[in-house]
Write a protein that binds this ligand. Structure first.
Ligand code: FES
Length: 357
């Protein structure tokens, strides 16, 4: 691959500058970002990045799959659906980000990638904005004029709402080995299209659209109910569970819906530590087997959080005193850990703690 720039190094400069904001459908926008120092972002199609936005003076972190392909490494694009309760998505759709806006971007992460699961043939099952990893994969294969055997089955309420449908159609016409089917609940007014099927994903539909599905490596991305339907359908027709991979970034917004967990050890241990939230002026108990975020919620405190998986960085806080066992998934940078930051959603106390929150 021709890479005119040196590889991007987030430890040197993690600032990206917005190059463009494009309206894809009435409720989907694509944001194009470039490293502030021209460089090539090296990643695998299907990986995600954590992006820190300045939302009205507040640093807010969210994870987004990179929708652009690694074959175009000087820019990355994220494709974001507006959601009613999404703080960042509403801010972004309402003009919060524009060409010239600066954001901070973490290293690409994740193994929801063709590279991590090499196979002779693939089946991509996607719904709504869950199409983003498939976009990156298909665009890469198109750029490479790759020999491939890949079927994309995308679910959307209406054909007109499918993001990048024209581009996908173009790529399918020019990339032998790529087949695309759309499953839509409402096909009225779309005219006859050979690749649009009315209905929802289920075993019968999957078996009829992709008769050789069991021979393929399967990737599923979309809301949790969709992924469950995809998993069930794939399993019912005989796809091997170890060849079924899934991904979702439909995270809860801060403060919503996370299960309450008692601040005692789940192993029945009574070992518990004191956690002082310095800014809130509150001290609670936290079991050794409980994350600080879980204990805070159980105590009725509302702290910023989103993924609760150590991915997005929303719950980042400074550990003023004490020690934690932190098992994160890339939502915090090594230099932040070195400077005393922790992610409260994936940190369990090893001693009494004082945190800055
Ligand atoms: S809530 Fe996402 S990293 Fe903690």
């Amino acid at each position: 691959m021709n890479r005119p720039y040196a590889p991007w190094d987030p430890s040197v400069d993690d600032t990206f500058v917005c190059q463009a904001v494009r309206t894809v459908t009435p409720d989907i926008k694509t944001v194009v970002l470039a490293p502030s120092r021209p460089s090539a972002v090296l990643f695998e199609a299907g990986q995600y990045v954590t992006i820190e936005f300045d939302v009205n003076g507040l640093a807010v972190n969210r994870c987004y799959t990179i929708a652009s392909p690694p074959t175009r490494p000087e820019r990355i694009a994220i494709t974001v659906k507006r959601t009613r309760e999404g703080t960042v998505s509403r801010w972004l759709h309402d003009g919060g980000i524009a060409p010239g806006t600066r954001v901070r971007v973490g290293e690409p992460q994740g193994d929801f990638t063709i590279a991590a699961h090499p196979a002779p043939s693939y089946l991509l099952l996607t719904a709504g904005s869950g199409i983003t990893p498939a976009l990156s994969m298909v665009r890469m294969l198109y750029d490479q004029a790759a020999e491939c055997d890949i079927v994309l089955v995308h679910s959307q309420r209406r054909p007109a709402d499918v993001p990048y449908r024209d581009e996908l159609g173009w790529m399918a016409r020019h990339l032998p080995g790529l087949r695309i089917h759309y499953l839509c609940g409402d096909v009225a007014g779309d005219g006859p299209h050979s690749n649009v099927v009315a209905g929802r994903l289920g075993p019968d539909v999957l078996a009829s659209l992709v008769p050789d599905a069991t021979t393929r490596e399967v990737f599923a991305c979309g809301p949790s109910s969709y992924r469950e339907a995809a998993r069930t359908a794939a399993s019912a027709i005989g796809c091997a569970p170890h060849r079924f991979h899934e991904e979702s970034f439909a995270f809860q917004e801060p403060g919503r819906g996370t299960p309450i967990v008692q601040p005692v050890g789940r192993d029945g241990s009574s070992r518990s530590f004191r956690v002082e939230f310095r800014n809130l002026g509150v001290t609670i108990g936290c079991g050794a087997d409980t994350t600080v975020l879980e204990a805070a919620k159980a105590a009725g405190l509302t702290l910023p959080s989103s993924c609760a998986q150590g991915l997005c960085g929303t719950c980042k806080s400074t550990l003023v005193a004490g020690q934690v066992d932190m098992r994160h998934n890339g939502g915090i940078r090594p230099r932040e850990i070195a400077s005393g930051k922790v992610l409260l959603c994936c940190s369990r106390p090893l001693s009494d703690l004082v945190v800055s929150a």
